[in-house]
Design a protein around this ligand. Structure first.
Ligand code: NDP
Length: 371
């Protein structure tokens, strides 16, 4: 029988979700990959147990995680029953609806029908009475935002979720969603965007909206699915995400990133960290970021990533060097000598050039032109 480590709350910092009372661990664990029907159940189970022992109270799921879709929730349900059920009130479990889950017109996107049916399915798969956070997984350009937000509000009023979240919403839509949710009496707790050193669209307005609205931010794929680690420096290892046929990291994405990865790796080593560790705390330096949502394929990766929290500060010089590597045009004024100033979590990072994903950019344009 699993008994959680009695020191599990000794090390992990917990940060407030925006202005709300709910706190999340600085590092949360996502079950997108490595917890599905194609994966080794005992490995996923060991990661969940170790995560909780390390103070990770937040586990993030979605209806479609697997493969096959739904199997990560089923496996998590088993892990709950086997190990974590006695700790239910210590856990924040999230799920989402919006991506394709079942055939027909109600199996995806943002209709009330999709969201509420999907949540019922998720609760059954996880054998839970409620989830803590229920997300609209992606904005739906063909459904009024009111309908999607009313579905989140209803999920909470039904007691099937405690908080509402949105994911992948561009800044103007996030602002509008927040307004609608406030009017409904179910304010938005948190936004889950893709954000890493390699994907910085949130810096182009979304983080400002979240700060203004008091909404938390939990970046997903903070390691760019493993690119921001040292694992691909000597090719694509067997068993890695880029080597798996069902993975979302394609082998052709690896090579173009390597030059920057090598340079970033050198800075990380000088800081006494791995690149993965540096990439995680680079996100956490901004106090608008509540928690970073990592994935892991082994207990060791999980432990290494949590050890990132041993060094949460950057000197300005380090930040400038990182900026120089990340900036597309390296001749920009970023290249300057800096004083050795230490930047802590409470100091905002300066504005950077965002590279938005096309989907979100187009959606934002479309949303703006509706008004
Ligand atoms: P990461 O960017 O953290 O990538 C995780 C992968 O990186 C691991 O599976 C592993 O790959 C590799 N890795 C992790 N730590 C290390 C390490 N220390 N050393 C070497 N390699 C390491 O996050 P994910 O892309 O997995 O996303 C995290 C979570 O975000 C998901 O589980 C999900 O909950 C959420 N998410 C949300 C989305 C949304 O639309 N809202 C979309 C995508 C994700 P390997 O398997 O090769 O070992």
């Amino acid at each position: 029988m699993y008994i959680a480590d009695e020191n599990r709350y000794a090390q992990m910092p917990y940060y407030k979700c925006g202005k709300w009372g709910l706190k999340l661990p600085a590092i949360s664990l996502g079950l997108w990959h490595n917890f599905g029907g194609v994966d080794v159940f005992e490995n996923g189970r060991a990661m969940c147990r170790r995560a909780f022992d390390l103070g990770i109270t937040h586990f993030d799921l979605a209806n479609n995680y697997g493969p096959p879709p739904g199997s990560a929730e089923e496996n998590f349900g088993k892990i709950m029953q086997l190990d974590l059920a006695p700790y239910r009130d210590e856990l924040i479990i999230s799920t989402k609806a919006g991506y394709l889950m079942w055939p027909g017109p109600y199996g995806e996107w943002g209709s009330r029908k999709n969201l509420l049916s999907s949540l019922n399915q998720s609760l059954k798969r996880m054998k839970l009475d409620y989830v803590d956070i229920f997300y609209s997984h992606r904005p739906d350009p063909n459904t009024p935002l009111e309908e999607t937000m009313m579905a989140l509000d209803q999920a909470i009023r039904q007691g099937k979720a405690l908080y509402a979240g949105i994911s992948n919403y561009p800044a103007p839509m996030a602002a509008e969603a927040s307004k609608i949710l406030k009017e409904l009496g179910t304010p938005c707790l948190i936004h889950q965007p893709k954000y890493s050193m390699f994907e910085r669209w949130v810096e182009g307005g979304l983080l400002d909206v979240l700060e203004k609205e008091g909404i938390g931010c939990i970046p997903f794929s903070p390691l760019a699915q493993g690119l921001l680690t040292d694992k691909y420096l000597n090719g694509i290892p067997e068993g890695s995400r880029a080597a798996k046929s069902w993975g979302f990291l394609k082998p052709e994405q690896v090579e173009p990133a390597l030059e920057k990865v090598k340079m970033l790796n050198k800075i990380a080593l000088k800081r006494g960290q791995t690149l993965a560790q540096m990439a995680l705390v680079w996100l956490l330096k901004d106090s608008r970021v509540t928690s970073v949502l990592i994935g892991a394929s082994s207990v060791k990766q999980l432990e290494d990533n949590v050890a990132a929290l041993n060094n949460l500060t950057f000197t300005t010089s380090e930040l400038n060097q990182i900026e120089l590597i990340l900036s597309e045009n390296k001749s920009q004024e970023h290249h300057r000598e800096s004083v050795e100033k230490v930047v802590t979590r409470n100091e905002r990072s300066s504005g950077n050039i965002p590279s938005r994903s096309d989907f979100i950019k187009n959606l934002a344009k479309r949303f703006d032109s509706r008004e």
